[in-house]
Design a binder for this molecule. Sequence first.
Ligand SMILES: [Zn+2]
Length: 456
Amino acid sequence: LPHLESLDRDELRALQERKLGNQLARIRSTNPFYRDHWAQSGVSSEAVQSLDAIRELPFVTKDHLLADQTANPPYGARLGIDERDVHEITMTSGTSGKEKEVHAHSLADTFLRGELTAIGFAWAGLGSGDIGVAHVGANNAASLWTMVRGIRTTGRMPYLTGHASADERLDLMQRFGVNVMFAMPSGLTALATRCEELDIRPEHAFPNLWSIMTSGESWPVEWVERMEQFWGARIHEVYGSTQTNAAYGAACCEFGAVRNGQRAHNHLFEWTTYYEVIDPVTLEPTEPGERGELVLTHLDKEASPLVRFRTGDLVRWYPAGTCPCGRWLRSLETGTVGRVDDMLKIRGQNIWTSSVDAAVLAHPEVDELQVRVSVNDMGRERIEMRVGLRSGIVSDPSPFLTGVAAELKELTDLWIDVVAVDPLQLPHYDSPDLKPRRWTDDRHAGLQTAAGGLTR
Ligand SMILES: [Zn+2]
């Protein structure tokens, strides 16, 4: 969309403010959830005439959305359109049906989903006549319909792979071809491993694969470099969720996810969503280059609109103009999106569990891992990492595990006991819609036991 991608900051801001005014007026007249939410905090949305003034409005959290849909099933009072105009639904991932947010989409919203996702595919090089493949499951999460529409908008012929085994996927890709594909980092790594086991060489099997898009897990730069070398394709990243219009909310430009050995930029689609980045503790805006929680406001979405929704995603953001591609869009650093609840404080140190996982999983020898944080009888905190090693790569695990522990000490300033276990003992996260849960924190129970054992 060159006319939107080439806006300067003043033009973009004028567009955002005009859309915000229209969106708030529509929500006031159609949306009881926001009328109540804003009335409870004593603010008038009529007073919000600029982007800066949006900070007067209260945040919305996942808990608000879940309480609303429980009280007003199935969509919540925040639906904002006639129920007969709901064209599609998406749900967030969760461990039980109760914990899944429901987001409805009007017909116009579904076209918006396709358009935004198509931009990500287009920037990754998918053009008319090209084949796009998305390794995502068929379920009510945002991925499937979004990617099918995104591929069709800019390229052609998405075929379903998410239901299939790695072998079947590789077979389909060899028979029908692939130019650009999407897979989550762990799924892509698993696919590469299977290629090696079957002696499938991407340069022969997939000669026209030039880009791979990925999302949903953080990674070290070396992982991207290794994958680019293995597949002979450039790695791109996208950022998106059910809450970003159930589409991509940001994507890498033509430069990809790593440029000259450095993390690159996911450009935010600011013309359709207004993004803020706040300190999750003080709730104040963060400075460029700092990590903070991403907060979003839909400027176009008709059904289930979100206004100042706290995503729980921790990002590092950069101002417009940081990327040499020339787009005047703010951006997120690639490969480092984490979750606010990913952070653990251990022995006074903040640990980002996803960055620890990414560092360990970057070793091709490692198949999976689980970590348990506990407190022993003496009240001392212990971190134990159980690592499943791929068979036949490491002949003597002991020096390898010591090396991993030393690397983690460097990264976290904490000692982590790293032990090898049979990989079959560990949970695996091959499904693209399954969010890995590799850490358990048993310190509360341990503290109670330790405290109960005290003799005085
Ligand atoms: Zn760029």
